[in-house]
Design a binder for this molecule. Structure first.
Ligand code: CIR
Length: 268
């Protein structure tokens, strides 16, 4: 596909969803205590403000008590300037989140398509760069889903590559992010994986793997607070940063990318 400078980080809009009270029951691999819904909503409010501060119009959807993980709107959909794709999350309790987000997608996009077939893809496994879209196979994204998704992308003129997310990592983007401008932030394992070709990588400091999930939004990189060495490395690479608290999201394996769908609409 043609190199599209800024595809990975120049956005005009975002969709987010306020955490429900049931977020305290969100899925987690290791239990380190339930997130507190009030505190989560406070942190989420700062997140939405940071997206707005970076220049985005943010649609904040109401909480969904029936879906504890539904504030992680990145997983049931993927958005491009051409349209939105409803995905099929690869864990049973989250399957119906795709239906729940449809009207919000239709509100912003003329074209909304469903992932064909029966395979599964979580949006957390999709890393959009300026010249390729990487799809990580994981416990949530299977090959059938990845191939069906790559087929939709091909129809829209995008090239995809399928990669293997390292064992023990929830989503591909749990362990890497684009900083934009062909620079990748990655855990050591991901940086050594070969997935990123000859792109420059900034390696997350030892013991700070959670900080591999950041988001570049226009001129700023949103970074979780509490990971000083990784924060310094991102700044040293020349990026302007905004620190945000993600303490409650972290308790249920969520990070900054998971909390929004970000996209650029033609005409802004
Ligand atoms: C889950 O396990 O599905 C949620 N507790 C966390 C989802 C995080 N989403 C993401 O990394 N894209």
């Amino acid at each position: 596909m043609a190199h599209r400078p800024g595809l990975s980080h120049r956005f005009t809009h975002a969709i987010a969803r306020t955490p429900s009270n049931s977020v305290s029951k969100g899925i987690r691999a290791v239990d380190s205590g339930d997130p507190d819904a009030e505190t989560f909503r406070r942190e989420h409010g700062l997140y939405v403000k940071a997206l707005q501060g970076a220049g985005l119009t943010v649609d904040v959807l109401p909480p969904l008590e029936a879906f504890p993980d539904s504030c992680f709107v990145e997983d049931p959909a993927f958005c491009l300037p051409e349209g939105a794709i409803r995905l099929r999350p690869g864990t049973q309790s989250r399957e119906a989140e795709g239906a729940a987000i449809r009207s919000a997608l239709e509100n912003r996009f003329d074209t909304v398509v469903d992932l064909p077939g029966q395979g599964c893809v979580d949006g957390g496994d999709i890393l959009m760069l300026d010249d390729v879209i990487l799809i990580g196979l994981s416990a949530r994204t299977n090959r059938a889903g990845a191939e069906a998704f790559a087929g939709v992308l091909a129809n829209w003129g995008y090239m995809a590559e399928v990669c293997e997310t390292p064992d023990g990592v929830l989503h591909f983007k749990t362990a890497c992010s684009t900083l934009g401008d062909d620079v990748i932030l990655a855990t050591r394992v991901m940086a050594e994986s070969g997935f990123f070709g000859d792109r420059k990588t900034v390696v997350v400091a030892d013991g700070e793997d959670y900080a591999a999930n950041v988001i570049r939004v226009n001129d700023a990189v949103l970074v979780p607070e509490g990971y000083p060495q990784t924060h310094a490395a991102i700044q040293a690479a020349g990026f302007k940063t905004v620190l945000l608290p993600t303490h409650e999201a972290r308790k249920i394996d969520g990070g900054l990318s998971c909390l929004s769908l970000r996209f650029a609409l033609p005409g802004g």
